[in-house]
Design a protein around this ligand. Structure first.
Ligand SMILES: Cc1cc2nc3c(=O)[nH]c(=O)nc-3n(C[C@H](O)[C@H](O)[C@H](O)COP(=O)(O)OP(=O)(O)OC[C@H]3O[C@@H](n4cnc5c(N)ncnc54)[C@H](O)[C@@H]3O)c2cc1C
Length: 410
């Protein structure tokens, strides 16, 4: 009885799938297009690898049917992930918002232990092997770009999405899946910086502050988040912006007008800030308004904000009208920008969209279109929030595919 399982792609999901398949009795071969596995893992979590999150919730996942991932995330859950990596030598360190990192705070630790385990368990690995096509005929024939051929009983496709294409995941997996009969939903960058419309961006490029940002459609708040925000020459970045980006782009794709409201001072309401400013300005009536805002907000924001409110920077505070002070309070609690787009996949952390999950059995990750094919990780139409959720999906889906592919031996 043989059960040769070919795993295409040696990223997070592929490596986990291979280890799980081997653990459950499969004979495993990994084909990786790069000269080494796990290139993207090294870039995760700013080089620290946020490999899961103890506060995981199904609401952290998105796609046409986010419930698809519930079963996988429950079967190989956060505890399973932490235990799995502890067995491999990774001591977990839990940081803010439940994010879990290796205590070494080095993404390379996660990759090193996975590589060690793959070698130790005798899993065959061929690098510089880019798969072009899979054909079903008495099992599967996997054909590489250079026309070499490998034969297997089951195939797990773990080629990733399109985020950070230089890491090897450039969307070519969609072509492989389409040739097998799968459909691909619209794909767009997720967890990505946003482009804004404003003539002031050049002057505020590089200004960073702890703030709050919200996506508004027709004056209705859709989603907001807070944390460090960074203005850039093209728009805006920082963890809260990445978190909002999927929603912003979803609405933009529907040709809606998407407004981003940025609160530079979010600890006070508009009215509270207004009365605070009135009192503050009473203490400094002789100062210009430019000097009067020093110490309240980042100095580099003062002139742009005065331009935006049409207040002369040299105006003496005592001669400011109530209306002008109100405008200032307004913009400091809710600076409005039109979102025009996002940075490209090269800057994104994840791909929104992918292989249609209706075509996959969520208990096993097996294709409903071609039996014996399993599809996992970011290649599927599932993407998570920032915070370790995407890697958890890669581990969970990879583990389940490996487990199920190694069942039903021939
Ligand atoms: C900068 C950055 C930071 C991130 N930080 C985090 C984080 O801290 N926490 C978190 O949870 N998520 C993070 N993510 C997201 C996370 O890394 C991905 O969601 C996850 O790696 C997806 O795993 P995957 O195995 O599905 O795909 P990938 O990791 O992309 O792996 C796919 C593999 O398949 C190979 N491949 C592609 N095509 C072929 C082919 N035709 N033949 C053979 N091999 C092929 C690729 O070379 C690659 O090695 C980050 C992403 C980026 C870009």
């Amino acid at each position: 009885m043989s059960n040769r399982i070919i795993v295409i792609g040696g990223g997070a999901a592929g490596m986990m799938a291979a280890l799980s398949a081997k653990e459950h009795g499969g004979e495993v071969l990994i084909l990786e297009r790069n000269d080494r596995v796990g290139k993207k893992l090294l870039a995760t979590g700013n080089g620290r690898c946020n490999y899961t999150n103890i506060n995981l919730n199904i609401n952290n996942y998105h796609g046409n049917n986010p419930k698809f991932c519930y079963s996988g995330l429950s079967e190989f859950n956060v505890d399973s992930t932490i235990e799995f990596f502890e067995r491999l030598g990774i001591t977990p360190a839990i940081e803010d918002n439940g994010k879990v990192f290796p205590l070494s705070f080095q993404a390379s630790s996660i990759l090193d232990v996975l590589r060690y385990e793959i070698e130790d368990k005798g899993i065959e690995l061929i690098t510089d092997a880019q798969v072009a096509e899979i054909k079903k005929k008495n099992g599967f024939t996997v054909i590489l770009k250079d026309k070499s051929v490998f034969v297997g009983d089951k195939v797990i496709i773990a080629t990733g999405g399109m985020a950070l294409p230089s890491s090897g995941s450039d969307g070519n997996g969609y072509t492989i899946c389409k040739k097998l009969g799968h459909t691909i939903t619209d794909v767009f960058p997720g967890l990505v910086q946003l482009k804004l419309e404003s003539s002031l961006l050049k002057s505020i490029d590089g200004v960073k502050f702890p703030g709050m940002a919200g996506i508004y459609i027709d004056n209705k708040l859709i989603l907001e988040d807070k944390g460090d925000i960074l203005f850039t020459s093209y728009g805006i970045s920082g963890p809260p912006i990445l978190q909002l980006s999927r929603t912003a782009l979803e609405y933009l794709n529907k040709e809606e007008n998407v407004e981003l409201r940025v609160s530079i001072i979010y600890t006070k309401t508009d009215e509270e800030l207004l009365s605070y400013l009135v009192n503050r300005f009473k203490l400094m009536p002789r100062k210009t308004i430019e000097a009067g805002l020093i110490g309240l907000i980042n100095k580099r924001l003062i002139i742009p904000i005065l331009k935006e409110t049409n207040i002369d920077k040299n105006k003496e505070i005592s001669s400011l009208s109530k209306e002008e002070i109100r405008k200032l309070a307004n913009i400091l609690t809710s600076w409005r920008f039109n979102v025009t787009g996002s940075q490209s996949f090269g800057n994104a952390q994840v791909t929104a969209g992918g292989v249609n999950t209706d075509e996959i059995d969520n208990q096993t990750m097996e294709s409903k279109i071609v039996k014996g094919i399993y599809i996992v990780g970011e290649l599927l139409d599932i993407d998570g929030d920032c915070g370790g959720f995407n890697l958890q999906w890669a581990w969970s889906s990879g583990y389940i595919a490996g487990l199920n592919a190694s069942k039903n031996q021939k």
